[in-house]
Design a protein around this ligand. Structure first.
Ligand code: PLP
Length: 397
């Protein structure tokens, strides 16, 4: 008798649709359980559920079946031992930092990182004596000098918003570990489909699930994922401070996960095509997109980003911030808005929105030109996006 065919390992798309429970019968969509607490036949049953923490249906702040079903799917897609869902990306990042840092600890953080993360570090400095040093994302060779004896955390983001600088994540994780730090990675821009921080050596993968994971710009959510030895502490912090997802939101995330590979691939393909066409346009001074061979981090991005180079691109319009504002005001299909990773394409101006607080000099230091337009590519037809962009750019430039 011939050997049975080896069992096929399901591909990303299949895992995204079915999650880790392909053998289950019954509702194909997880029921939304609107119950904050649960009842038991005996005290033993109650204690058993309580002990299961996030996996136990005991009390919503500890663990909840609809929320946990989504957490299991997230962990499965990320290849993580455990995942926890949060009501926002900042709740996930804050709980991770609060779990890993004690009063007086020092953090090394890539610059520029997300503004909310900078605000968290400043809050931790004012309230808990955290110290922090920002290191230039474009110059990883300078990072080692920033570590101190009390450095406990290296926090990474790659690609970096809005200039899309990338660095070698595996090398950064090795450096952080060698110098005594735990390594966290905000992987929001690439998404779990586009980059695997845990495989690259990071300890925790953090997300604003408001972006590509949710994917429809209709909810706020966050996620933290990683090995149980870190996630147990993150769960404890979530339980203490109480930023708990809501069952309907968790269900919407589960629904979004099923199409995430399709959405992310479509957005990434649109972003690459827009970047390529903008690169040759006479009204455009420069394009920032790691998918372009001219991008200084292209080879690194190609080696660590999967399924494309992300939905986010930026470009500098010739003529400065006012001309860039005119371009954004003329866009019709691409909407003027500040988020990313949704099915709809959005445009925003760094100098007027996300990086206004830096001022002109701060932006220059961070390599952010005044006329920078950031685009989050959605899943619309590329020719509609390009026709919109072409009519909005200065004519006859
Ligand atoms: N990390 C990055 C890279 C982000 O872009 C954002 C939001 O824009 C966050 C974290 C914070 O996420 P949320 O708005 O869901 O709290």
């Amino acid at each position: 008798m011939s050997d049975p065919a080896p069992e096929r390992v399901p591909a990303l798309e299949t895992n995204a649709v079915h999650g880790p429970h392909t053998g289950h019968v019954g509702a194909v969509s997880t029921p939304i359980v609107h119950s904050a607490t649960f009842s038991f036949a005996s005290l033993d049953d109650m204690l058993a559920a309580q002990q299961q923490q996030a996996a136990g249906a005991f009390y919503q702040r500890k663990g909840h079946p609809t929320i946990h079903a989504t957490e299991e799917r997230l962990a499965h897609l990320e290849g993580a031992e455990a995942a926890l869902l949060f009501p926002s990306g900042m709740a996930a990042i804050s709980c991770a930092f609060m779990s890993l840092l004690r009063a007086g600890d020092h953090v090394v953080c890539v610059d520029p990182c997300y503004g909310g993360t900078q605000a968290l570090l400043q809050w931790g400095r004012d309230r808990l004596g955290w110290e922090f040093t920002f290191v230039d994302a474009r110059a990883p060779e300078t990072w080692a000098a920033a570590f101190r004896p009390n450095t406990r955390l290296l926090h990474l983001e790659s690609p970096i918003n809005p200039t899309l600088a990338v660095f070698d994540i595996a090398q950064a994780a090795t450096l952080g570990h060698a110098l005594g730090a735990t390594v966290t990675m905000d992987n929001t821009i690439a998404s779990p489909i586009g980059q695997k921080p845990l495989d690259l050596g990071c300890d925790l993968s953090l997300y604003s699930a408001t972006k590509s994971i949710g994917g429809h710009s209709d909810l706020l959510a966050g996620a933290a994922m990683g090995p149980a030895r870190f996630m147990t502490a993150v769960h404890r912090t979530r339980e203490v401070f109480g930023p708990i997802a809501e069952p309907t939101m968790a269900w919407l995330i589960e629904r979004s996960l099923k199409t995430m590979p399709l959405r992310v691939r479509a957005s990434n393909a649109n972003a690459l095509e827009l970047a390529t066409r903008l690169h040759g346009h006479p009204a455009v001074a420069q394009v920032f997109y790691p998918g372009l061979p001219t991008h200084p981090g292209h080879e690194i991005a190609a080696s660590q980003m999967t399924n494309g180079f992300g939905p986010l691109l930026a470009f500098e319009v010739c003529g400065g911030a006012e001309i860039a504002l005119d371009v954004v005001n003329r866009l019709r299909v691409i909407r003027h808005g500040a988020s990313l990773g949704g099915v709809e394409s959005l445009a925003s101006l760094a100098a007027y929105t996300s990086h206004m607080v830096l001022g002109r000099e701060g932006r220059a230091r961070a390599g952010i030109p005044e006329g920078l337009i950031r685009i989050s590519a959605g899943v619309e037809h590329i020719e509609d996006l390009w026709a919109d962009m072409a009519q909005a750019l200065p004519q006859g430039a």
